[in-house]
Design a protein around this ligand. Sequence first.
Ligand SMILES: [Zn+2]
Ligand SMILES: [Zn+2]
Length: 436
Amino acid sequence: MTIKTTLHISLVALSMAGIATCQNNTNGLAQQVFAAIDSRNDQLKTVNQEIWANPETAMEEVHAHEILTNFLEDQGFTVTRSAFNLSTAFKATYSSGEGRSVSFNAEYDALPGIGHACGHNLIATSGVAAAIGVKEALEHQGVSGTVVVLGTPAEEAIGGKIKMLDAGAYKDLDCSLMAHPGNNAYGAWSRTLASWRANVTWTGKASHAALAPWQGQNALDGFVAAYQMTGLYRQQLMATDRIHHVIKNTDNLVTNVIPDRVESEWGVRGTNRARQAAVIEQLNSIVNSSAGGTNTTVSLIKVQDYWDQNPSFQLAKNYYDNLIEYFDPSKDETTSKFSIHTPEEEYEAGGSPSASSDQGNVSWFLPSIQVGFPIGGSAPNHNSGFTKVAGTDFAFDQSIVTAKALALTGLEVLQNATFAENMKKEWEEMIAKLQF
Ligand SMILES: [Zn+2]
Ligand SMILES: [Zn+2]
């Protein structure tokens, strides 16, 4: 609700900002930026394939880290490897002097067992390509400012961006831009759900299940009681809330022993942090009650806290306008089948949050967008079918088109002071109203 109020205000300013947008990204500059990216097409394709063909899971992305940092160094960026106390994170910078700073995220972690089923190879490729486009304008076209690529590991597991935020990676930046592949839709103003995970462990007392069950305290009963109470609580959940849970590490569970320990992982998602907090509060009450009622003890340790993603409308609108002006998907027979909505329509739909991302936390710290681009296929993200599609030439080409439009958005922030000011003001108003 608070988001909508804020954005209605911002939409008024938006039309003015939109006029300024196309003046600065003159066609000539845009073509120079595109040519710079195109001239590295073969190298970018190799980088993309290397990451895709050698999938590495969270915090194991050694090869991707090496490929990307070597490539960016070759391209003239100043590179810090293993940045922000994370072995597989990096920072690459190019500056032409005074002015604003824009950043692009490169993700490159894969999923256990199914490779690049979320297409993060394409996120790395689009982030690096966009930065190369901006660097061309800084180096050869008289634009002043700084472009940064942040290599952000472990999105699928521990939230590399959150650790990088804590270590100061996003301070002194004016915006954070990135792109994520999906099946069949373009997205400019895309939200994500807040996602929280915790390890919940019940501890009891083991005893022989036949000889002396009365001497045991059944940790499994603790879990089952909480599971059932959560099921009852679902009637009071909103349609956008999610609670999901699994038992883990079950080697100690055998039929003839009263279980003394049950480990589990619980996830709670909500459309925003405020709603999610209400659900988590009830969940805490449930697990404590389950322990009390089964004569066991329980511990709950938070392991993940991805905040809801609240994109900058101005950035989204600028990106969308760039995409339509230079690469209108409806005019290309390979892309006209994919759905595309204006940022205004996406806003009216509430940003259609479904999955979650550590870019959500970034979006609370500075103006940002995570745009979506389609790579086709019918298999959804996190399915092995998606892995195959993420390695195709078409997917690569889509990541490059996205990078070009995103590079122009970065340049708008660097070149257009009024746009940058409006972006910051709109974002400050939005975040102020989201606080709870
Ligand atoms: Zn994913
Ligand atoms: Zn992903």
